[in-house]
Design a protein around this ligand. Sequence first.
Ligand code: GDP
Ligand code: MG
Length: 163
Amino acid sequence: MKPIVAIVGRPNVGKSTLFNRITRSRDAIVDDLPGVTRDRIFGDARWNDKLFTLVDTGGFAEGDDDPFAPHIRRQVTQAIADADAVVLVLDGKGGVSPFDADLIHTLRTVDKPAHFVVNKIDGEGQEKNMAEFYGLGIETLFPVSAEHGYGISDFMDALTATF
Ligand code: GDP
Ligand code: MG
């Protein structure tokens, strides 16, 4: 069985954009409005010689953009439970939100490899936006730009080195 890697994070951080970049597909729906991805989307991914299944989560389909809503929490919890590894996407333009801390807490309670990326770091000049994320107490944070590709290969090397 190929490992399953779930992408989680609050709406609009760029989960679907990251999914599309890694799977080189347009399967996940990217939209300027948060809440477009319905439940979960699965895609085949390959990095060097490593094959895995990538999962885009959203589940904000019920016109409900409150990431703390119970049905969303259930979907995220289920996606994490079904995955072998989890990628938490943070928003390098939007900054740290309470939901981020909540998800980090959830990830600490499950015994699964977790990887943390700060998205929307569109180039070296935006690395300064990383500073506030270090306050979350995460050891390794990967600055990436899902849209433009910055930092993706370093992150993918690290992710796939674990399986
Ligand atoms: P999701 O709700 O987490 O799946 O987020 P989406 O992938 O739908 O992206 C939400 C918005 O963020 C869209 O307008 C994207 O174009 C934008 N976005 C995604 N990745 C990046 C990035 O690396 N840099 C910038 N500047 N914008 C991004
Ligand atoms: Mg999405």
